[in-house]
Design a protein around this ligand. Structure first.
Ligand code: 1CP
Length: 345
């Protein structure tokens, strides 16, 4: 069975561009809120395979995208290796922040597979229930982005704590990135063995990295994960999504060995067609604010993305996750615009 999404990642251009949406499962969907209310917190939802599988499938039933993304979170990895992680209602993630080499030494990547066994069960369940022509995407956070939460102890606006810690404790920070490379590789390979057909590495906070550290903190750890995953699963396509890195995109693509790149909305579709698509397949990049707004503005912006990028290998997506206030009817309309796009010569 052909899948337009997997074809696009392999560099092919099909009858219409495939699509999925970052954060296509989640709080903007009433059926998600209903299941979420029954769970004992967000992490319980992630670790209960039947529920996590249902949540993964909810947007597929509504919008029929070409791919489903496993319902989990990037912060299950620090939890798996021994850090205390919680999600607090109205506040987001809260971690017991890593401040010392002793705390770092207590983390154990060897625990990854055992701790995350329920996630692999979710992958198996979802794959067994998905239609053949919908692909299943596994994912993880890239080491830098996960490390920001581990050191800051949660979300941050300025990244001062993690950046100054990384600069003043270079050896310890390298040890931390190494732990994350090891754990994340094991996690992703097990997702593939359980049925994931493509992988995405989320480097949401790559924009906060100083240019002089970009190779050390972003490209090299990502490259090591890509090559280690491909050593075990040679055919798995890997999408790299390093947000906000603009002019460094070509360098990031070449140095990491990713198969396709996720684009945020700081690059225009025309610039992406000219500068990035000749290097590798691209995924993106409608700003989620257009989806939140809906109407003619959304339609115009979506058609511009389609017009500029659908002549080459391309997966339609958003530039970042769906905003939780987004009316599902806007998402439905967007899916229809993409599905009926026909300007390919
Ligand atoms: O209460 C709830 O229901 C929690 C909301 C929520 C959801 C739905 C969180 C908390 N995580 C998720 C699921 C999730 N997270 C998915 C799977 C669902 C899908 O895409 O359909 C994925 C891929 C993620 C990845 C994730 N988690 C990222 C990278 C992608 C991105 O959006 O930038 C990041 C940074 C996180 C951390 C995270 N998880 C949740 C929160 C509130 C946060 C913090 C975000 C921040 O610091 O701004």
């Amino acid at each position: 069975m052909t899948n337009l999404f997997l074809d696009a990642l392999a560099g092919k251009t099909g009858s219409r561009p495939p699509f999925w949406f970052m954060r296509q499962a989640g709080r903007y969907l009433p059926e998600y809120r209903e299941l979420r209310a029954k769970a004992d917190g967000f992490l319980d939802l992630c670790y209960t395979p039947e529920r996590a599988a249902r949540v993964t499938l909810q947007p597929i039933e509504r919008f029929r995208p070409d791919a489903a993304i496993l319902f989990s979170d990037i912060l299950v990895v620090p939890q798996a290796i021994g850090q205390t992680v919680g999600f607090v209602e109205g506040r987001g993630p809260v971690l017991d922040p890593i401040k010392s080499a002793a705390q770092l030494a207590a983390l154990d990547p060897g625990r990854t597979l055992e701790h995350l066994a329920p996630v692999f069960e979710t992958v198996r369940l979802v794959r067994s229930e998905l239609p053949d022509d919908v692909a299943l995407i596994g994912f993880a956070g890239a080491p830098w982005t996960v490390a920001t939460y581990m050191i800051e102890g949660g979300s941050t606006r300025d990244f001062n704590t993690v950046k100054s810690w990384a600069i003043s404790n270079r050896e310890a920070f390298e040890t931390m990135l190494n732990l994350l490379v090891e754990s994340t590789t094991a996690y992703l390979v097990a997702q593939v063995e359980s049925g994931a057909q493509a992988l995405q590495l989320f480097d949401t906070w790559a924009n906060a990295v100083p240019a002089s550290e970009f190779d050390n903190w972003v490209s090299e750890p990502t490259a090591r994960i890509v090559s280690a995953v491909k050593a075990k699963a040679p055919d798995i396509p890997i999408i790299g999504f390093a947000r906000g890195i603009g002019p460094r995109l070509p360098d990031y693509i070449r140095k990491t060995g990713i198969d396709a790149v996720g684009l945020d909305s700081s690059i225009s579709p025309a610039e992406a067609a000219r500068d990035i698509q000749p290097i590798c397949p691209v995924q993106g990049n409608l700003d989620p604010a257009y989806l939140l707004s809906g109407g003619d503005e959304m339609e115009r912006a979506a058609r511009e993305v389609l017009k500029e990028l659908s002549d080459g290998p391309f997966v339609f997506n958003l530039a970042h996750g769906i905003n939780k206030e987004t009316p599902p009817s806007h998402v439905e309309r967007l899916a229809e615009i993409i599905r009926t796009w026909e300007s390919r010569a």
